[in-house]
Design a protein around this ligand. Structure first.
Ligand SMILES: [Zn+2]
Length: 276
């Protein structure tokens, strides 16, 4: 029965991924909201898309990436986001199993609470981070609702770790989040004074602080390091000039998620205790 959680997680990931496509796309359209219009329409011929053309990945493959009516090309991003969400949900289910949580930390810890709080938190977080990644890339904006979901996912992870691993995590991670917020806020102010421009938005600072709450003092450093690393690679790869405005959200999302998944194993490898 061990396969049930990963299989169900992957299928749920496909469905959530399909919904995230709607959220990401409609966020860049001024005339639309997540709930209006209720049905998805083809942006080319404006015809409503029937349910059987809305099956994650499968419909895109069967329609060969074109609208059934007007043959307009559909973006590759739709099946990509669906596959990405499903893959992340699968990884979450393997890394944070129903009874486990992070294998490394929880080998000798009694199971509590009797509920996959960590898996739900991880799925909420990764879904929100996928929206952060694409909407920030498209529009340089992250909606308040998306930020709220990142905070909710991180809060669930924080709660789960505090309840199950060590009550001390409640205090340590809260202080970490406070320090992270203060440090990045001061950095932003200094940058504004000396470089006369915004290095990052307040939303980015809130995102880093929320991740600090879930990741704790060691892994948040890894997350920030990875975010900068991915950012530099992307800047080289896409030849962005330094004067160009670069959204920071996508890099925080990637760095945060990698640190979240491999953080414990990495810290163990270099000889650090995951906590304290
Ligand atoms: Zn069409």
């Amino acid at each position: 029965m061990e396969w049930i959680v990963p299989v169900v997680s992957t299928l749920v990931g496909l469905i959530i991924g399909s919904f995230l496509n709607v959220v990401i796309f409609r966020f860049s359209q001024k005339s639309m909201t997540v709930f209006k219009p209720a049905r998805s329409i083809c942006m080319s011929c404006k015809k409503p898309i029937p349910w059987y053309d809305n099956i994650p990945i499968l419909s895109f493959a069967l329609l060969k990436g074109r609208c059934r009516y007007c043959q307009a090309r559909l973006s590759w991003r739709y099946p990509f986001v669906e596959a990405l969400t499903a893959a992340c949900f699968l990884i979450n289910s393997l890394a944070f199993s129903f009874t486990g949580g992070s294998e490394l930390l929880l080998k000798e810890v009694a199971f509590f609470p009797p509920f996959p709080l960590m898996l739900i938190g991880a799925d909420v977080l990764v879904a929100a981070l996928i929206v952060v990644f694409f909407t920030d890339l498209d529009t340089m904006l992250i909606s308040d609702a998306t930020t709220a979901f990142v905070i909710a996912g991180c809060a669930l992870l924080y709660l789960d770790q505090g309840l199950r691993i060590d009550r001390g995590i409640f205090i340590v991670n809260l202080i970490t989040a406070f320090i992270a917020f203060s440090l990045v806020y001061i950095l932003r102010m200094l940058f504004k004074i000396f470089a006369k421009k915004d290095a990052m938005g307040m939303v980015d600072i809130v995102l880093i602080s929320a991740l600090a709450l879930a990741l704790g003092p060691m892994k948040i450093n890894l997350a920030v390091f990875l975010s900068c690393f991915v950012g530099i690679i992307a800047a080289i790869f896409f030849q962005k000039k330094m004067q160009d405005k670069i959204p920071f959200g996508p890099f925080i999302a990637v760095g945060g998620y990698i640190a979240f998944i491999v953080g414990d194993a990495f810290l163990d490898l270099i000889g650090f205790m995951p906590y304290f």
